[in-house]
Each structure stands twice: as C-alpha cells, then as structure tokens.
Design a protein around this ligand. Structure first.
Ligand SMILES: [Zn+2]
Length: 191
C-alpha cells in the first residue's frame, strides 16, 4: 500500500493542513512558492540530521530540531520551548527515505570500527556505546515511525497541529502521509 500522498499543486494539500503553516511548508518546498516575509516563527520542523536534505524555506519561518531519524523523544524540552516561547502553532515531522537510523544493527561493525579509527575510541568503549544507545535511536520503518511519533506528540501537545510528512531524498520533495482512523482536526480527504 502506498501511503505517500504527493503535493504537485495546492489542491493536493490535505484539507486539514490548508490555511496552516504546514501548507506554507509544502508550498515552499514542493511548489516553489515565493518566500513571504515572516516576522516570527510559525512552525517547528523536526527532521533527521542526514546531510542529503535541504529545505527551501524563508528566514524566520520555522524552528528546526534535527536529530537522528527525526526522533523528538529526546528533545522534548526544545519542543516545549518552541511552543511556549517561540509561539509555533504546528509541528511538521519529517521522516525521510533511506534513513540511516533504520536497521542500525546492520551497521554495528561499521559504527564500532569507524569510531575506533576516526574518533580515537577504544574498541570496548565503542562496543558498549553502540549496545547502550542503538536501541534508543533505532526507528524501525521510516513511515511507521513518523506516524507513531505524530500520535505521541498529539497526545503530549493537544492544541498543536502535528503533521507527519516524508522527505524523499530521491526528489527532495515532501509527501503527505495517509493515516488510519480518525484524527484530531481531521476532515474528509478530497481524494
Ligand atoms: Zn535519517
């Protein structure tokens, strides 16, 4: 099942995102919308630290928290700050294709050897480091992870619009995600 909903025109944007900063993000990234002036941040973007991703957004538009896999579970204070002090009304959670935080165990040896060779660590420390932290940062499947993170954040911040999106590194475009079941603020999809 293809759960990605492309945005090629403004009409493709799901009703629940229209008139919100998520619509602006999709228009900037996918539709080449001209950069409007923003005198304050409107959106918090959570995204992976991966180097292949580049956002086409104007100054002042968004707070951005970058963490492996776009995992905000260990950045909660920063999320709260962006809402409470920064005044953002929405969170866009960006998973991406080909994410290195998927199936970390397959890169265990590469991680340990790299940390020894390039980071100057003892092998035993590097092994312990991987064993201790890789379960915290493993995200499983990119799409499932971003959907479950969105659900968690909606419970945590019930007044904030949370949009799970996917960034395809193949075309540098954002895709909306089909979600199961009823959601807060959900409206009928137009397609
Ligand atoms: Zn990633």
């Amino acid at each position: 099942m293809n759960r990605l909903i492309p945005v090629r025109t403004l009409a493709d944007i799901l009703p629940r995102y229209r008139g919100t900063p998520v619509e602006s993000l999709l228009a900037y990234q996918n539709l080449g919308a001209p950069h409007a002036p923003h005198d304050k941040a409107e959106l918090l973007i959570g995204m992976c630290m991966d180097n292949r991703k580049h956002l086409r957004i104007p100054e002042n538009f968004a707070f951005i928290i970058r963490a492996g896999g776009g995992n905000l579970r260990y950045s909660e204070f920063k999320v709260s700050y962006a809402i409470a002090i920064g005044g953002v009304s929405a969170i866009a959670l960006l998973g991406h294709t080909n994410c290195g935080m998927v199936n970390l165990m397959s890169r265990r040896e590469q991680f340990i050897a790299g940390l020894v060779q390039r980071g100057g660590w003892d092998r035993e420390w590097a092994e312990q480091h991987f064993t201790q932290f890789s379960p915290m940062f493993e995200i499983g499947n990119e799409v499932d992870f971003v959907l479950s993170e969105a659900k968690r954040l909606r419970l945590r911040y019930p007044k904030i619009l949370v949009a799970p999106l996917m960034y395809r590194v193949e075309d540098n475009l954002l895709y909306q995600l089909r979600e199961d079941g009823p959601e807060p603020q959900a409206e009928t999809e137009s397609r």
